[in-house]
Design a binder for this molecule. Structure first.
Ligand SMILES: Nc1ncnc2c1ncn2[C@@H]1O[C@H](COP(=O)(O)OP(=O)(O)OP(=O)(O)O)[C@@H](O)[C@H]1O
Ligand SMILES: [Mg+2]
Length: 295
């Protein structure tokens, strides 16, 4: 197993503590993100997902508990917090609201310029990051971010995070609100970043289909606590448990569960449409052999 890159121990976060609006968002969360993995973070609305990942780069401070990144504990107010922000790149929900420069180039260059890098290095990082998200730097660099489609804007925002060359890429609902084409494009880019650029990825998503396609492990949060932490197949095999907290299983898995309920002896730990088709064919062929040998 690869080494831990983010570790949370006993992490509790209380918003607006001591006021009538106090809200306990995380309660004693223990979590390890391992280098090179693609981890899915799921849970019902308000379960604490966004709060949790904002501790990974020091944007929020634990009310209780500790967080380490790359072996170093995040301690507020130290120079280390800046270092950690570089290591963990966080893409917020609806990141296009944070695009503000006149051109795509300048937007992606914002972070690297803030690091005080020289113009050639900035240029190289911007070009590379735009290429990673599938936007031609010569064509898109000079354009206004506001002239782009929703999916393109989101890819510019991801490029801005990549330009900091993080070790860990945290994506908070990166496909929310996009059309199917935009979703597919973002997901295939994220897959490439994980597989080819070998980035550690934490993907927050309400789409179990997306998590099943991309992630190896799933952590389920419920009311600020870890409800389930398991390899993706094991996690989605627990349909009843997930449904008990209002979550679902991937649509493909659901098809198998229905077939099983109708009496077909299928295995239900299949996650994608392709795997489900294979499983159905396997079982039907088995049945056919059985009925022809009987005849
Ligand atoms: N800035 C804030 N001030 C006060 N309470 C907050 C704040 N942000 C979140 N909360 C509360 O903390 C809890 C966890 O919220 P969080 O946004 O982390 O959940 P989430 O799992 O990301 O939800 P969603 O799926 O809707 O994005 C919720 O009860 C929420 O109302
Ligand atoms: Mg959230």
């Amino acid at each position: 197993m690869s080494d831990p890159v983010v570790v949370c121990e006993g992490l509790t976060h209380v918003y607006l503590r001591g006021t009538p609006f106090e809200s306990v968002a995380l309660r004693g969360v223990d979590l390890v993100v391992r280098r090179g993995e693609c981890l899915g973070l799921v849970g019902p609305t308000g379960s604490g997902k966004s709060t949790l990942v904002q501790h990974f780069n020091g944007l929020l401070r634990p009310t209780e508990g500790r967080v380490w990144v790359d072996g170093v504990e995040i301690r507020p107010g130290t120079a280390l917090v800046r270092e950690v922000r570089r290591k963990v790149g966080l893409l917020f929900q609806y990141p296009e609201h944070q695009l503000f420069e006149a051109t795509v180039f300048d937007d992606v260059a914002f972070g690297p310029r803030n690091l005080g890098l020289d113009p050639e290095e900035v240029q190289e990082r911007v070009r590379e990051s735009l290429q990673w998200v599938g936007l031609d730097p010569d064509r898109f660099g000079p354009r206004s971010p506001f002239s782009l489609s929703g999916g393109e804007m989101r890819r510019v925002a991801i490029a801005g995070v990549l330009a900091m060359r993080p070790q860990v890429l945290v994506l908070d609902e990166p496909t929310a609100g996009l059309d199917p084409e935009g979703r597919r494009e973002i997901l295939s880019r994220v897959r490439e970043l994980h597989r080819k650029a070998r980035l550690t990825v934490v993907l927050i998503s309400h789409s179990m289909d997306d998590v099943a396609r991309l992630c190896q492990r799933v952590v389920v949060l419920h009311r600020g606590q870890v409800f389930l932490d398991a390899p993706v197949r094991e996690a989605f095999a627990q349909a009843d448990r997930l449904r008990s907290i209002g979550l679902d299983v991937p649509r493909a898995t659901d098809v198998l569960l229905r077939l099983k309920a109708a009496g077909l002896p299928v295995r239900c730990d299949r996650l994608t449409v392709e795997e489900v088709c294979e499983e159905i064919v396997r079982v039907l062929q088995g049945n056919q052999r059985w009925s022809s040998s009987e005849a």
